[in-house]
Design a binder for this molecule. Sequence first.
Ligand code: NAD
Ligand code: IPM
Ligand code: MN
Length: 349
Amino acid sequence: MTNHHIALIPGDGIGAEVLPPALQVLEAVGRRHGFGLTCTLYDWSCARYLREGAMMPEDGLDRLRDKDAILLGAVGYPGVPDHVSLWGLLIPIRRGFRQYVNLRPIRVFDGLDSPLRAAGEVDLVVVRENVEGEYSEIGGRLNRGFPDEFAVQEAVFTRAGVTRVLDYAFDLAARRGGRLTSATKSNGIVHTLPFWDELVAERGAAHPAVTWDQEHIDALAAKFVLDPARFDVVVGSNLFGDILSDLAAAVAGSIGIAPSANLNPERAFPSMFEPVHGSAPDIAGRGIADPLGAIWSAAMMLDHLGHPEAARDVTDAIAAVLAKTDVRTPDLGGTATTAEFTDRLLQIL
Ligand code: NAD
Ligand code: IPM
Ligand code: MN
């Protein structure tokens, strides 16, 4: 029997509440499709930071390196500054393992009340550049506490880094609906984004089967709300992709359903799968978190591990539980707990 070694990092808040449902689903489809998962649990989190002074051990990445994939809940919690917790765990994993593609699909499922139900058939993927761009360590904060205090943050766009994520996005568009939209802001950001636009045009010419266009991020955000069905693959920088993926999830009904895959397409390093949402301190500990984002992320992991039929079973079960029952967590207008919703999904699976 095929066996996969998975690193589990539940993290903080509802991260730890949505991973067990995802694992239950993985075990169920594994039995049916004849593969097993060996999971190693890592307690890396803000609680660990408060206890031991670091989100993860110094050799953290080395401990993950030989795993087939990483499944993460969410990190970050009040009590530890976000830039400390995220740059102490999530971002080093994405960067250290060259997970330069962050794939964030979204669908409006039948039976789900989108605030924009009239919008029609929504089935899009945000491809987010995941290791450079606006998320950089270059910059500084000077004159702390003085009236002339200031902060500078440099965005980094490299030809190689942008080209590889664009090629991934164009290839994905060629396998899907053949359409790509690039998020830009080259009317206001005068160095990096004109360069991004040039590279999009260059890679577009190399992918003649794909029809592409570009939109300024402000106008694009409005079009995500007004007419989300027009989009197929949307490619954006690290920050633009981050914002668009929460927006797309909200358009589909809730940020709680959105999945993501942090991919190292060359497979030189493990890829990491995690819901788009964070640790949601406002609802943590109440057992009402929506597990769909984590479960859909687990399906993306199965696809990556070479089990597309098992992945399809999971996304079909998500679609069926929403279309055929009215069991939902509160974010989707229901009263079910995380466990009740998961049980219903497992029955349908
Ligand atoms: P968040 O995604 O945690 O929460 C935003 C809102 O959405 C909250 O009202 C929350 O209750 C709701 N929500 C999110 N997921 C939900 C789910 N599964 N079910 C029901 N409701 C859900 O974003 P935030 O408030 O900006 O961040 C909280 C913390 O999480 C911060 O420390 C932040 O840095 C961190 N964060 C981590 C990740 C990650 O680990 N990948 C991602 C985003 C935010
Ligand atoms: C996400 C999160 C992270 C990001 C934060 C927590 C650093 O918002 O995964 O979408 O911006 O990448
Ligand atoms: Mn985000």
